[in-house]
Design a protein around this ligand. Structure first.
Ligand code: NDP
Length: 456
């Protein structure tokens, strides 16, 4: 895939980027590995977290400028891009403040002697990242690994090279030495060769199941650890006692935010039959009120999809769903009188288990609505999914909410809120949504040597 910036609002090519050849890849690997062996990585953590403090300040002070880079390159609404830049600053600050505590030795009681577990970096980490949160995805990998002393090499998605290049410059400007973070514009074959290299000791990927399976298999072939953050088909459950106005508004926002291209977006709306009509009516009103347009225009509430291919895939999925018996309650088509990658906000109902849509992730503003009779049916439907990333339950009864939250087979459940993210909270899933956790104390422990020392 060529590395190109194409504005999704009008499909105009803005810039094409030079790719890196094998010699440049080797240079990147040897610099990253030499840094890992140096005092920078093996010595005092204070020098590393200082860079994270600076990176946080830099991003927070350039929110507007950086947000425009995101919106122009992948179509995110400008307000949401600002939010993304701010959360990146928060993540950098969080690890700057907390990494030392997370990585300090942990004592263990044992009859064998005085024992503790130390945390050491393991080497170079290869990260493969997607376009949907083009700064946040990079920061989730960079911040904990920079703090622990691992060097990071990144292959970002080919449709966001400007974000990739901008982020690399920011990390350098914050004071990271050469090799701490390297962006490479490379092919999938080059990613495979890097994974094979002995200097690389961990692989992190966020993206599709297909890419995750290929990259994790490659890592496993060389007995290297990987973390995968893949797709999701998150449930947004509305119980009969829920505040329906609140649920309908939050649900609509949770489905169309980032034009629906979020792994933890609410995708399957499972509604109790007693409130189903009211919810669907109010939910549809929110969809009707959306204003499609330029992501840089503050009044726009639904931006374009990230690429023309994304629109094609989504159109086909919706057409197939309808062919297999789903009812098109609202929307359903690509917007044809516009050069951008716009797809109408869409609501599908009456999806049966034999419809391919039932198990598919729709990466765009398409909601699936299901109606259930009781909580038991709700849990059964929620868990009848290959994915297990996040999920939401809307109810006023916290006992019922706790019970359902523990029964839903996902890595994250939020009550009376869409699935969210914060630096201090673990992020990740089960089943085909992947494995491993990012962010929080759990994220920083994924790629460290948890070394036991015993004084017998
Ligand atoms: P991909 O998984 O194809 O892309 C994600 C990243 O993986 C990109 O950097 C991509 O590079 C890279 N990649 C893809 N295949 C390989 C490979 N064999 N070896 C090495 N790197 C690889 O996602 P898409 O952008 O194509 O989106 C498709 C679907 O993936 C979406 O519809 C959605 O379901 C899911 N997705 C999930 C995301 C999440 O947040 N969990 C984010 C994005 C997508 P390149 O760009 O060069 O192909």
């Amino acid at each position: 895939m060529p590395y190109q910036t194409i504005n999704p609002f009008n499909n105009k090519l803005i810039k094409e980027y030079q790719t890196h050849n094998d010699k440049q890849v080797e240079e990147a690997l040897s610099t990253a590995h030499a840094l890992y062996k140096s005092d920078w990585a093996q010595g005092d953590i204070k020098q590393r977290v200082k860079v994270l403090h600076k990176l946080s300040e830099l991003m927070a002070s350039r929110v507007d400028e950086l947000a425009e880079v995101v919106s122009t390159e992948m179509g995110k609404l400008i307000g949401q891009s600002r939010g993304e830049v701010q959360i990146c600053a928060d993540i950098a600050k969080f690890y700057a403040e907390k990494a030392e505590e997370f990585l300090k030795p942990v004592p263990y009681k044992s009859d064998l002697g005085e024992a503790w577990v130390e945390h050491h970096p393991i080497g170079v980490i290869m990260a493969v990242e997607p376009w949907n949160f083009p700064f946040y995805q990079l920061m989730r990998v960079l911040a904990p690994n920079l703090a622990s002393g691992n060097s990071v090499i990144v292959k970002h998605a080919s449709i966001v090279p400007h974000c990739a290049e901008t982020f690399e410059k920011l990390v350098a400007e914050a004071g990271a030495p050469k090799g701490a973070y390297t962006n490479l514009f490379i092919s999938q074959d080059q990613v495979a060769s890097i994974i094979d290299d002995d200097r690389v000791q961990g692989v992190a990927l966020t993206g599709s199941e297909k890419a995750g399976a290929i990259v994790a298999a490659r890592a496993a072939g060389k007995l290297k650890k990987s973390t995968l953050e893949l797709g999701g088909n998150d449930v947004f459950a509305v119980l009969d006692d829920a505040d329906i106005d609140k649920a309908a508004k939050a649900g609509a926002q949770a489905r169309v935010s980032n034009a629906g291209q979020v792994c933890t977006a609410a995708k399957r709306f499972i509604i109790h039959e007693k409130v189903a009509d009211e919810f669907l009516k109010k939910f549809t009103e929110h969809f009707k009120a959306l204003k499609m347009g330029d992501p840089l225009d503050k009044s726009t509430t639904l931006g374009p999809l990230s690429s023309a291919d994304a629109v094609k895939t989504l159109s086909k999925q919706v057409d197939d769903a309808v062919k297999h018996g789903a009812k098109l309650h609202f929307g359903g088509k690509k917007v044809s009188d516009n050069p951008g990658n716009f797809f109408e906000p869409t609501i599908l109902t009456h999806i049966t288990r034999d419809n391919p849509a039932y198990f598919e992730e729709f990466f765009g503003p398409v909601a699936q609505v299901y109606v259930v009779k009781n909580d038991e049916e709700l849990v059964k439907l929620a868990n009848d999914s290959h994915y297990g990333l996040g999920g939401s339950v809307f109810t006023k009864d916290m006992n019922r909410a706790r019970k359902l939250a523990s029964q839903i087979e996902t890595g994250m459940v939020y009550v009376n809120s869409p699935t969210d993210t914060a630096a201090e909270l673990p992020f990740g899933g089960v089943k085909r949504s992947g494995f491993g956790r990012e962010l929080s104390d759990l994220g920083i422990k994924e790629f460290v040597n948890q070394k036991l020392v015993v004084l017998a």
